[in-house]
Design a protein. Sequence first.
Length: 286
Amino acid sequence: MKILNLGSLNIDLVYQVEHIARPGETIASSSHQVFAGGKGANQSAALARASASVFHAGQVGPEGQWLVDKLAGLGVDVQHIRFSDIPTGHAIIQVDRHGQNSIVLFAGANAQINRGAIDAALAHFGRGDMLLLQNEINDVAYILTAAAERGLTICLNPAPFGPEVCAYPLERVDLLIVNETEAIGLAGASTLAALAALCPRAQIALTLGAAGVQYRSPTEEFHLPAPHVEAVDTTGAGDTFIGYFLQGLAAGMTARESMARAIRAAAVCVTRPGAMDSIPAANELD
Ligand code: RIB
């Protein structure tokens, strides 16, 4: 099975702060670092670190070459990433002393991918392959529909959540992965039952941060706890979980096995700074 991830690539500008700035407040940061990020790129990186065969499609601007090189260095196939004159997407991230974050996104090139590029990438994939989507690029509904019509298995992580997600063809989703905020936005409640009403035939993973993950499919339902760790930076933890979880499923693990490993990977991720750089390799989980 080949996995196509059509998603964002961002330059993450990370500021370490005592607390997240409140409205009207100006605060000092104690450090500033630049990391590779973007929910799409992070999830491709996690898939590759978990040893999946993953193709990333998306768009960067002239200053985004290093992001593409970084993904390629991790083993991601980058032949479907386009370059444009539009600035690369970036994220301004505050990380507080508890490792919690607050993110402001500038979509840039991520939000101006043309349909020709989308169709050209999808043309290389078909039945038996998987498409992974987040909500940081344009035309998500179009991509989801086109990929479903080509027979791809559809995995949707509707993050960051916006009201437009409710109009996506969710009934075509095979695997839905959401956190509590996204679940409430989408279904009005952070429960598996509410989500299943929207995506009746899907496998659903509801991530609960330090409280673990709930899972439901048409045939089983369970909860797995997360190990307690001292968080340094939670950025990218959800992306790490998704990459590892999908790779496990694609490799034939049960949902429970795959999810247990993905939770361990996410727990390691939060003990390290940065997004893509904090994703562990598979051999670090044993
Ligand atoms: O999920 C974490 C990511 O969200 C960051 O890397 C940032 O780029 C934003 O897209």
